[in-house]
Write a protein that binds this ligand. Structure first.
Ligand code: SF4
Length: 336
């Protein structure tokens, strides 16, 4: 049998239970594991775009294995817009997403002289990318067929090169299938893996409400950018019939976020003489933007109350009774 103790493998590590357990199984077989972690604004575990905290704790639990972090940019958004292999239940292009991640992990594998890749995927756990045919397609399209091991379901899958060559002992791998995580939880506990802050990972592209926002964003934006995605997570979004977009903060935290995220070409509106939400207007209908600010204001608003209006780096104070109805003709089309 070939010596396993000098084999390197790259493991896709999300910080969730499955990928952490898969890495643990590899380490127990004497494989030198290098983790790779992908993040994007669609991850639900990284609300502040500071990178994945779950993966840091997983790496620690695994004995401080090396970790490479990869931030997915506009290339990812292009896949979301136009996937070759279609969507899941939302706007999640799971097969294309996996192909892209596996390809990138494969580049890293070659770069560090690793022999194979592994993932925490479980056969039948997810309806789109974790079915036998989909896994085979992903392996083929990524150009790494035979070199992608799925330790948690290996016993139910065709042997891979690392198993056939004896780099990995197939008899010590498991054959978990389906959506339940009971076996993983028990096995992880036996191996001392107790804290996994992000049990199953999360992806906003499967969220029905967020999917509607993204669809709206993509259909109204000439040059979509991944940098615009964080704003879609903040506030109430109102699309006017004219195409203008109004975003109204729902709490103080979001007021601060909108103030931070506003672009130079957007209008930012903040109440001055009363307590109410901050608003971003992308477009021209200032009157409707102010109406929406007032609609979501709970406090008393004096008749001649002022608001602060920031536009193109210029700040001015305007009185709400002076804005008038002339800007208010565009009726809302969506309000989420
Ligand atoms: S759920 Fe999201 S992150 Fe996971 S494979 Fe699908 S698109 Fe990619």
């Amino acid at each position: 049998m070939a010596n396993r103790w000098n084999r390197r493998a790259v493991g896709l590590l999300s910080g969730g239970l499955d990928s952490t357990l898969a890495a643990k199984l590899m380490l127990e077989q004497g494989i030198e594991v290098f983790a790779i972690n992908f993040t994007s604004p669609f991850c639900t575990c990284t609300p502040k775009n500071t990178g994945c905290a779950a993966v840091v704790s997983a790496v620690r639990m695994l004995g401080d294995i090396p970790l490479k972090r990869v931030w997915l940019g506009d290339e990812y958004l292009q896949i979301v817009q136009n996937p070759q292999h279609g969507y899941g239940s939302g706007l999640n292009p799971c097969i294309d997403c996996r192909i892209m991640k596996i390809k990138k992990a494969g580049e890293y594998m070659h770069e560090i002289g690793a022999s194979f890749l592994f993932t925490g995927e479980v056969l039948g756990q997810r309806p789109m990318s974790q079915q036998k045919r989909a896994m085979a397609l992903i392996d083929r399209k990524s150009g790494l067929e035979g070199y992608i091991l799925r330790p948690l379901s290996a016993a139910c899958l065709k042997p891979t090169v690392p198993e056939m060559k004896g780099w990995v002992d197939r008899s010590k791998l498991v054959g978990i299938t389906g959506r339940s995580r009971k076996i993983q939880i028990t096995t992880a506990a036996e191996k001392g893996i107790l804290n996994y802050p992000c049990p199953s990972g999360g992806c906003l592209l499967t969220d029905r409400h967020f999917t509607e926002r993204i669809r709206d964003y993509l259909s109204f934006t000439k040059h979509p950018s991944i940098k615009d995605i964080p704003l879609l997570k903040v506030g109430r979004h109102i699309r006017l019939g004219s195409g203008d977009k109004i975003i109204v903060a729902r709490n103080e935290y979001e007021c601060n976020q909108l103030a931070r995220m506003v672009k130079e070409e957007d209008h930012l509106l903040r109440p001055l003489d009363f307590s109410g939400p901050t608003v971003i207007l992308k477009g021209y209908h200032l009157g409707v933007a102010v109406e929406n600010m007032l609609k979501y204001t709970r406090s008393f608003v004096p008749k001649r109350a002022r608001i602060v209006h920031l536009f193109r780096a210029e700040e001015r104070t305007i009185r709400i009774d002076e804005i008038g109805r002339k800007h208010s003709k565009a009726s809302p089309r969506t309000d989420k």
